[in-house]
Write a protein that binds this ligand. Structure first.
Ligand SMILES: [Zn+2]
Length: 330
């Protein structure tokens, strides 16, 4: 899929807002330092005269004029930095401010050979728009590690849930260096989607590209693009996104109408992502045997050999929560 003009413009506007916000903050800091650090403003104003002192020598080609200019500028910079450090500010207090240092909040990373390429932060915004990730935004606003609760689990169920939480926390912590996949299975309402949401929330915070799909939504989207002959470029882009994003979450596998198209698409997705070492999280209410019977041996073997399997058991937590907030007893 590709952005339409309006969607593209919206992203560019967002970058402009970020640049403006950071420029205002920068100006505020400069005014603050001028007011609080005696001598700083004078030094700052004198920066131009440091270079003009060497102008004549540089123009007339005096041999080491440029080197002397650079030394003088360095000394001048150090003097300014000493002043702000001695006044109790961090050394980089007046350095340019960027939300994304990689692209300096432009969305693009320039290249010396060839056109500039989209920054990861642009890609993240693009995916959020294309795959209606408002869905995931809703989920993670209520389902994240800070709202996690063990109160609905007991005994073995509690043990399983605690272990799954630990696995998710390790998954997030080691995401950068380790390629890992998770498979949550078990009965309805035992926290499988909740834990996927927790992981998504943490990874989105660190700038990773995450696509969330319900199984129904994923296979619907794939079918729509595959069987629409006008949309070949869009189909290609869709595959690029779902094969390449840092993490894809497939929620509620098994709730879609499973047929040979679904089975082969699922296999390709698992296979391509495995080859590219891109992480996947799947949650399902199916048992392992049902999984094999429904999706073929090769899907089953991909999952059992490349995924960490987490079984969750217990009462339907969603029901318990609903009852609790409605004030009725079980
Ligand atoms: Zn960026």
């Amino acid at each position: 899929m590709a952005l339409n003009n309006l969607q593209y413009e919206n992203i560019i506007c967002e970058y402009r807002d970020i640049q403006n916000r950071n420029r205002h903050e920068m100006n505020r800091r400069i005014r603050e330092v001028y007011a609080r650090v005696p001598g700083y403003e004078e030094l700052d104003m004198a920066t131009g005269s440091v270079s003009s002192a060497f102008a004549e020598d540089i123009i007339s080609g005096v041999p080491d004029a440029l080197t002397r200019l650079h030394d003088a500028m360095d000394a001048h910079r150090r003097k300014k930095q000493d002043l702000i450090i001695r006044a109790g500010y961090p050394a980089d207090y007046l350095d340019p401010i960027f939300d994304c240092p990689d692209c300096k909040d432009s969305g693009y990373i320039p290249s010396t050979h060839g056109p500039s390429r989209k920054c990861a932060c642009f890609k993240r915004r693009e995916l959020a728009i294309l795959y209606e990730q408002s869905n995931i935004q809703n989920i993670i606003s209520t389902e994240n590690f800070s709202t996690l609760s063990y109160e609905y689990y007991q005994g073995n169920d509690l043990e399983r849930f605690s272990r799954a939480v630990e696995i998710c926390q390790n998954f997030v912590q080691n995401f950068k260096q380790d390629y890992h996949n998770l498979f949550f299975y078990g009965t309805v309402g035992t926290g499988k989607s909740f834990l996927s949401g927790c992981v998504a929330a943490e990874l989105l915070k660190t700038g990773r590209s995450v696509i969330y799909f319900s199984a129904v939504g994923l296979f619907d989207t794939l079918a729509r693009f595959t069987f629409d002959s006008k949309n070949k470029t869009d189909l290609y882009n869709l595959y690029q996104d779902i094969y390449e994003c840092d993490l894809i979450i497939i929620d509620d596998l098994g709730t879609e109408v499973t047929n040979s198209f679904v089975t082969s698409q699922l296999f390709s997705l698992l296979n391509e992502r495995h080859l590219r070492h891109r992480a996947t999280i799947i949650s399902t209410n199916l048992g392992l045997e049902e999984l094999r019977d429904r999706y073929s041996d090769r899907v089953f073997s991909r999952i059992t050999s490349n995924y960490q399997l987490c079984k969750l058991t217990g009462p339907d937590v969603r029901m318990l929560k609903k009852r609790k907030y409605n004030g009725t007893s079980a």
